[in-house]
Design a protein. Sequence first.
Length: 304
Amino acid sequence: MNIAVLSDIHGNEIALQSCMKYLENQSIDAYCFLGDYIGEFPGIRGVMDTLCALQKKVPCYMIRGNKEEYMLSGMGDAHPEWDSYPSTVGMLRYGRQQLTQEDLSFIKALPVTARISIDGMKDLRICHGTPRAVREDMRPQNSQNKEILAEVEEEYMLCGHTHRVMALREYGKTIWNPGSVGLPIIEEGGIKTQFMILHSSNGAWHPEFVALDYDIERVIQDMYENGLYEIAPYWTRTTACILRGEHVTHGTMLGRAMALCEQETGRCDWPAVPEIFWKQAFEERPERKVLCMPKGGGVKNDGI
């Protein structure tokens, strides 16, 4: 029994197709998707169509992540009072525009956690962040791990959300994170699309972590051609920086922009983060080692 486990696609259809092409020749019996199908890239429509078609051909276990929760909660809706904050809400709005009512119904029907039971094998618990919260991180030696895992009956757990590959054994449980298909955080060795294949043997599971090269420059060009540099200016620049290997995250950029806003104005309530603070946060990021614009594109190369 072989199960392909993919997480955090974030609308990166080009990366997803690279994974699927590889998996075509790996004798995969089932697929497991751990949420965040929507996000930072322009291929959301293609990702949703791929998942829909795959479900009709092979068993698929799917849950929803925090990006899907945002869509269901209305954070991607129009909200004209948020028009002045495109770097904060632009990709939420873009994601919502790509989804049909059928997509929303499909997402709403997905659980936030589930058990995979296969005859002759130990059960698997799947979640996006943790079984109790889609936005909660599961990391080695987190103080809350003991409490989280005490509520998990299964010996094996699969999670995503952190965009980092992880193999962890704590409190009698084995936890695996396949990394991210769409926007992995890799300390060294270059940015690659990531996923995992679980192989069964004598009732136990054994992970094979896979990382593949793919056409990152094509993804950045697609972001430009689909207008993401205007829809979510500094959020999209941050995405491109990550793809080209800079050690930065959207969370740290947003946090710094909000801190600058609070210093200047006395308070900062999400999503009211003016673009001037996003620009300042982006320009003062520690590394500034890569160009975050498309090569040959028409966007001004400000704040490399």
